[in-house]
Design a protein around this ligand. Structure first.
Ligand code: NAP
Ligand code: MG
Length: 469
């Protein structure tokens, strides 16, 4: 496949970059795209275009705003094969994973298209001579900075509710995976989204991303990515006094009690840490298992993992840098003699990709394997004796994004779900991630909520109007 050129999308048209960077497939090492290297000048142009479009979009007939978002959802579905191919080319992910991700992007636009008319305020009964009401209003220009693990999906997760709430957007995808976000913006323009409402500037995080966060025209930022960059952005947002949504990943616990359906739990546990090769913020990377059934559950888990095939069930790591980070964890585990408890075969479609076969370790909850977000297909199994210990271990993490508990005891399931330090908890399943479910964390996992009706509250601010009668 010849390399595709990816340029900025500003004010409803493609804007050629001054220079381009070659992006190689992590599966094959081939150059697949050439991405425009933007800078502060392109960010200025995009923010100006967005600001010029802001009033028009904010005061658009609401139902018409919804119709356009519906058309974008339909366009994503109509172009799903091309979008998935583009996503696979840059990320190396298997076709089925890319297809699911693209379908998720369509679902976000569909869901938020249906919510544009949602009642957005209350009438407050204050005094007989006053009519008092609240309404939610958009911020204006929202900066959206997304990572490389689920590129079009994460873009849609932020852009769809931001637009539904009447904001305009300047987005910056990760430089390694910009193609589908630019294509999404192009399709949105084709669907009748007014020029300037959704702009994309491509380029590096430290240049383009940071220029967006610092730009005085940007009134809110939604960021998904690493803790250190989230902290840097947080410091700038604090100084500028603008709101921020931070989604920074986790070290999520999947807790299995002895009375659980072990076969179902084993299948889910494997999906939880191997989907997208573990490069998912909500991966279930800590498997906490009750001592009496630990060997039984592990036999089942490792049996499933052994049969996983590179290129079909999992893809490569995204970049050489990420590959080396994950390898570093494995090398250090070997040096510390952490016992391995199973792995997929190290047989890969080629030698040029950043492949790492999924593997399982048994370790204590204090081991780096149980504490750090590896962002690779690595599962750490920790044993516990009783419910109290399980809860202590589950919550003994600097993160708090998602979690799951497996038990046939409904009281224990609810006790656990309510005490687990996580924004989303699944009972007898792994976290599904449907667009309707509010999502976000506590601790170093970040703050604010994405997805669901709740996300709309983070893309608007409340005004109270007091009318003297
Ligand atoms: P990252 O550097 O935080 O990248 C996330 C996004 O922020 C990308 O678009 C990146 O652009 C941009 N960015 C980088 N530096 C920036 C800055 N100074 N100002 C504004 N934007 C900036 O994450 P990473 O280095 O790709 O991944 C490192 C680790 O982060 C992973 O190992 C994983 O632990 C975590 N992570 C979490 C998630 C999640 O879903 N929560 C996703 C990805 C990674 P460029 O990529 O173009 O530099
Ligand atoms: Mg980075």
């Amino acid at each position: 496949m010849p390399a595709t050129t990816v340029d900025h999308w500003i004010a409803g048209r493609s804007v050629a970059g001054q220079a381009h960077r070659d992006i190689t497939s992590p599966a094959t090492g081939e150059v697949v795209t050439r991405v425009a290297e933007g800078g502060p000048a392109e960010v200025d142009t995009a923010v100006e275009a967005a600001a010029a479009a802001a009033d028009g979009w904010r005061w658009f007939v609401t139902a018409e705003r919804g119709r356009i978002l519906h058309r974008i959802s339909a366009a994503i579905r109509a172009n799903a094969d091309d979008l998935a191919a583009l996503e696979s080319a840059e990320t190396g992910k298997p076709p089925a994973t890319a297809a699911a991700e693209v379908e998720g992007a369509a679902a976000y636009f569909e869901f938020y298209a249906g919510l544009v008319n949602l009642p957005q305020g209350d009438i407050l009964d204050v005094r007989p001579d006053q009519h008092v009401y609240t309404r939610r209003e958009p911020f204006g220009v929202v900066g959206v900075i997304t990572p490389w693990n689920l590129p079009i999906n994460q873009a849609a997760r932020a852009v769809a509710p931001a637009l539904a709430a009447g904001n305009v957007v300047v987005a910056k995808p990760s430089e390694s995976t910009s193609a589908t976000t630019v294509e999404l913006a192009r399709l949105a323009s084709e669907c009748g989204l007014p020029d300037g409402v959704f702009n994309v500037v491509t380029g590096s995080g430290s240049v383009v991303g940071s220029a967006i966060v610092k730009h005085p025209g940007v009134k809110k930022v939604a960021f998904t990515g690493s803790v250190p960059v989230g902290q840097q952005i947080g410091a700038i947002a604090a100084e500028r006094v603008i709101p921020l949504t931070l989604e920074l990943g986790g070290k999520s616990a999947n807790v299995v009690f002895a009375d659980a359906d072990l076969e179902t739990a084993a299948k889910a546990a494997v999906k939880a840490f191997t989907t997208n090769s573990g490069q998912v913020c909500s991966s279930g990377t800590r498997l906490l298992v009750q001592r009496g059934v630990a060997d039984d559950l592990l036999d089942r888990v490792s049996g499933i993992v052994k049969a996983l095939e590179a290129g079909r069930d999992y893809g490569p790591l995204i970049t050489k840098g990420q590959y080396e980070i994950v390898r570093g964890f494995l090398d250090s585990a070997a040096e510390r003699d952490v016992p391995e408890a199973g792995a997929a075969e190290e047989s890969y479609p080629n030698e040029d990709g950043y492949w790492i076969a999924p593997r399982i370790y048994r370790a204590g909850n204090d081991d780096p394997l149980a504490r750090e977000e590896i962002f690779g297909p690595v599962l750490t199994v920790v044993e516990f004796d009783d419910e109290e210990e399980a809860l202590r271990l589950a919550n003994d993490s600097v993160y708090g994004l998602v979690g799951a508990v497996w038990t046939r005891d409904i009281s224990r399931a609810l006790r656990f779900a309510e005490r687990m330090n996580a924004g989303q908890v699944a009972v007898n399943s792994w976290v599904t991630g449907a667009v309707e479910t509010p999502f976000g964390g506590s601790g170093l996992s970040g703050y604010g909520r994405e997805k669901g009706i709740e996300a709309l509250n983070h893309y608007g601010q409340l005004k109270c109007v007091i009318v003297q009668l």
